[in-house]
Write a protein that binds this ligand. Structure first.
Ligand code: HEC
Ligand code: HEC
Length: 378
């Protein structure tokens, strides 16, 4: 009941910071913060009210510059370390059965996400979630769909020891030692990690250093935000205006990363209703709640970046939507109603043409770069 009132009183047409504050619920401070950080009120109002969406977005202040990346003090970036991590990221010898590299589930063909709706790990073990895309991952401070890892180094060891690579937590040092015996690796480990050589920690540090170089900041959107007004076509400009205004996407998918999770130290998590349809409560992936044990986090997932999203089908933590249009339609129509759905998820009543404009705009977030395949040491 309260939720109904809240969502219908929060008009997103002519969205303003004041309206956002009015949307605030006691347990929703995080959402309000996020939304407040999202876009200048002036810019959003301009988008919603102007007749010509193209003109409106031309006047907006659009964030393009990334904040500085936080590099852990005990793992400074060096070229030699990045080169080593790059090889390790692509090396299947890191897995228990030689079948998987990190890259296997984060391939260029899939925009660095995965092709399988639910990832399949070493020894053909079915995992529980879809592989997320990795561009700009060094800017996150919480990892996984539920934010359970608090550093790239910890995440790397999780994937390596867990089902993804199948090595087993207790066997990581032994595996590292094995890798460190390969002459081409030995030389590099001795040089990069003097006195330490190849250990679970140094492998994780090298791979993480490489991941911190995966930057996507020169999309058509970035060019546009920096002043090249021809970088977007008309449909994309209309889509951008909708995204920042009437469609309300920016509250969670905040520029420049197109996810507020990259801007806040704990990440940001919302229940949008994914993974609930047709499921008994006991079978539901509870998402963030498994980490915080708070009911408010039930079936809430980290807001994914929308950079490169046109290339990362299928979508959502469970890979449940095959096409970008389906995913956008789901989000724009308020997701799936359930007891914990975010009040920011309301039916925006968009026309088919508007959905298509949103999809066109998301195409402007396509990353130009790709992960280069390195030569592996022997
Ligand atoms: C079998 C497929 C598979 C392999 C192999 C794999 N990953 Fe992943 N990766 C996933 C899945 C699935 C998730 C999301 C899991 C979750 O949220 O519970 C993920 C999540 C991540 C994330 C978190 C991204 C984010 O937005 O929070 C990073 C970083 C990552 N993987 C890097 C790696 C690295 C490094 C390796 C090698 C050690 C690796 N992956 C191996 C499937 C894989
Ligand atoms: C309340 C916050 C919120 C709002 C508002 C929101 N999203 Fe999302 N979005 C999310 C979350 C959380 C997910 C991840 C859900 C999951 O994986 O289960 C997501 C996932 C997505 C995905 C899939 C990305 C992927 O890599 O799988 C797309 C596409 C998307 N949103 C587009 C949009 C668009 C377009 C809008 C505006 C119409 C929008 N979202 C509004 C929170 C939000």
């Amino acid at each position: 009941m309260t939720k109904r009132v809240v969502s219908s009183s929060c008009s997103w047409v002519g969205i303003s910071l004041l309206a956002l504050v009015a949307c605030k619920q006691p347990d929703r401070t995080k959402e309000t913060e996020t939304a407040a950080a999202s876009v200048s009120a002036e810019a959003a109002a301009a988008a919603a009210s102007a007749e010509s969406a193209g003109l409106a977005v031309d006047k907006m202040t659009l964030p393009a510059d990334f904040p500085a990346m936080k590099i852990p003090e005990d793992n400074p970036q060096t070229d030699a370390k990045v080169a080593l991590g790059h090889q390790l990221f692509f090396d299947k010898r890191l897995s228990v059965d030689g079948s998987r590299a990190c890259y296997s589930c984060h391939m260029n063909e899939n925009g660095t996400g995965g092709a399988d709706p639910i990832a399949i790990g070493a020894q053909e073990k079915k995992l529980t979630r879809h592989s997320p895309m990795l561009w700009n991952v060094g800017h996150l401070s919480r990892f996984y769909w539920d934010g359970r890892a608090d550093s790239l180094e910890a995440q790397m060891k999780g994937a390596w020891g867990g089902g993804n690579m199948g090595v087993g937590k207790e066997n990581l040092d032994a595996k590292a030692k094995e890798i460190g015996k390969i002459p081409g690796y030995k030389k590099q480990f001795d040089e990069v990690f003097k006195g330490e050589g190849a250990t679970a920690d140094t492998v994780a540090k090298a791979v993480s250093a490489y991941e911190r170089t995966l930057i996507c900041n020169d999309t058509a959107y970035d060019k546009y935000a920096k002043g090249d007004k021809k970088a977007l076509d008309d449909a994309q400009k209309k889509g951008l205006a909708l995204f920042m205004g009437k469609a309300g996407c920016t509250a969670c998918h905040t520029a420049p990363f197109f996810s507020s999770a990259y801007l806040l130290p704990e990440g940001t998590y919302f229940n949008v209703g994914t993974g609930l349809e047709g499921k008994a409560p006991a079978d539901v992936d509870v998402g963030r709640k498994a980490v915080t044990e708070k009911d408010a986090d039930w079936a809430a997932f980290k807001v994914p970046s929308l950079r490169n999203v046109s290339k990362t089908a299928p979508y959502f933590h469970n890979g449940s939507k095959k096409t970008l249009e389906e995913a956008v339609r789901f989000m724009a129509s308020g997701g799936y109603k359930n007891t914990n759905r975010s009040p920011l998820m309301v039916d925006r009543q968009l026309s088919d043409a508007e959905i298509k404009d949103l999809v066109a705009f998301l195409g402007a977030l396509e990353c130009g770069g790709k992960l280069e395949e390195p030569k592996l040491p022997e």
